[in-house]
Design a protein around this ligand. Structure first.
Ligand SMILES: Cc1cc2nc3c(=O)[nH]c(=O)nc-3n(C[C@H](O)[C@H](O)[C@H](O)COP(=O)(O)OP(=O)(O)OC[C@H]3O[C@@H](n4cnc5c(N)ncnc54)[C@H](O)[C@@H]3O)c2cc1C
Length: 386
């Protein structure tokens, strides 16, 4: 990374993290006329945003996330209009099967709750309708909950598309550029990396699993921890499933790709090592995901696994991200800790963050995601920032 002039080292917005959230917020901010620099310690999409399962689902969202998820979905449906690339987005139903009557009853209550709140995107599929969508599903499955107009996309293709369009719109993306220090100097924010200091009016923490340290330097406390979801991909099978499938009583994310391979995730995690960027697979745990897939789709009993991997993701104790302004510091913002379901939210949350930063407000209901839901330490923050 070489910055040659003061102008190149100054921007309106300094974004820390080149995942889907950093690249999306940067693009949306540039579209609003802000000068933006993105700092990425490795390479764009190197972490969760590049290696995830690609699920684009409204199904099963925490109630607080639904408005953001709906907003994101409206962008996904026309994603090429925003980033000049279809991101491999394929519309597909997302279906979560019930293996027992008790599970199906839980799903019915979920639909009733959503309907009571005015949301109609999730519905119950009875046994026969579920089978029409999932002809290969096991006999013991009794029904399902579904969001029929969800989909999936290609993670690397998507994040690179946001990066490219951001760059075309004037954003500078500095890869292999770890932010070592973030601090306030007068009204401005400073970011230091490799002996250089960059200046911006605003700073946005999109550092994923590493977001806790950036938050600490900004003066906030966020109990984010690194988490390593594991994935499996099989050899190519004849086409048998066009939906993205989950289970109700046990973790599963299951989809057959257009080339016939089956991508399975959602199970127990591996061991993350965020300091070294490494993850360790837990093969004994991976067996549970494979077993769930075989139980729900008997055709999977004959499938060969060809590859497995894990990615590093930021997990919050309550399973929902931190989105919004810093607790104590003017001009600083957070969007991290997406707790293994932030890919779908990327396009919409970037838009919301850009609106918040550029205008000082947003219509989006982001209060539930405030960093202030966790205990903060104002005394320390003020001392660090003074
Ligand atoms: C295996 C797996 C499967 C998943 N499946 C799905 C799915 O199907 N659907 C879904 O919606 N979500 C899914 N997710 C979750 C989704 O991938 C994440 O929530 C999302 O990608 C988070 O994006 P991000 O930009 O916040 O984080 P990241 O992609 O982790 O980006 C953060 C970036 O910040 C950089 N960074 C950190 N510290 C610094 C620093 N000091 N200086 C500069 N750069 C820094 C990191 O190097 C990293 O590149 C999955 C995640 C995994 C791991």
């Amino acid at each position: 990374m070489v910055a040659t002039s003061t102008r190149q080292m100054t921007a309106d917005l300094l974004v820390i993290g080149g995942g889907i959230h950093g690249c999306s917020a940067a693009l949306h901010a540039a579209l609003r006329g802000l000068r933006v620099i993105v700092f990425e310690k490795d390479t764009v999409a190197r972490h969760a945003s590049g290696v995830n399962a690609g699920g684009v689902r409204k199904l099963g969202r925490h109630i607080a996330e639904i408005p953001l998820s709906l907003h994101s979905m409206s962008i996904w449906r026309h994603i090429a209009d925003l980033v000049d690339d279809d991101c491999g987005f394929q519309p597909a139903p997302q279906i979560k099967v019930a293996e027992t009557e008790a599970e199906l009853e839980t799903l019915r209550r979920r639909v009733a709750e959503l309907n009571g709140l005015g949301y109609t995107h999730e519905r119950i599929l009875d046994r026969q309708t579920m089978r029409e969508h999932l002809p290969g599903v096991a006999e013991h499955c009794v029904g399902a909950i579904a969001s029929l107009d969800d989909g999936f996309a290609q993670p690397y293709q998507t994040t690179f598309a946001f990066q490219r369009k951001a760059q075309k719109t004037g954003v500078r993306v500095l890869e292999n550029t770890p932010v070592e220090r973030v601090f306030k100097s007068g009204k401005d924010w400073k970011v230091s990396t490799g002996g250089q200091e960059f200046t911006g009016r605003f700073v946005l923490n999109c550092a994923g699993a590493w977001g806790g340290e950036i938050a600490r330097q900004i003066g906030d406390h966020a109990p984010v921890r690194a988490y390593a979801p594991m994935m499996i991909v099989t050899e190519r099978l004849r086409p048998f499933c066009t939906a993205v499938v989950g289970a109700t009583g046990r973790p599963l994310s299951f989809k057959q790709m257009p080339n016939g391979t089956v991508v399975i995730g959602g199970g127990r995690p591996g061991v993350p090592e965020p300091a070294s960027n490494r993850t360790h697979m837990q093969m004994a745990e991976l067996r549970h995901s494979a077993q769930t897939a075989m139980d729900i789709f008997p055709v999977m009993r004959a499938a060969q696994i060809v590859r497995s991997w894990a990615g590093i993701e930021g997990l919050m104790p309550d399973g929902i991200p931190i989105i919004g302004p810093a607790a104590h510091a003017q001009g600083a913002f957070h969007a991290f800790g997406f707790s293994a379901h932030g890919f779908q939210l990327g396009p919409g949350v970037g838009d919301v963050m850009a609106e918040l930063i550029a205008t000082g407000r947003t219509q989006a209901p982001i209060t539930p995601f405030s960093i202030e839901r966790f205990p903060q330490n104002p005394t320390r923050a003020h001392k660090e920032l003074s």
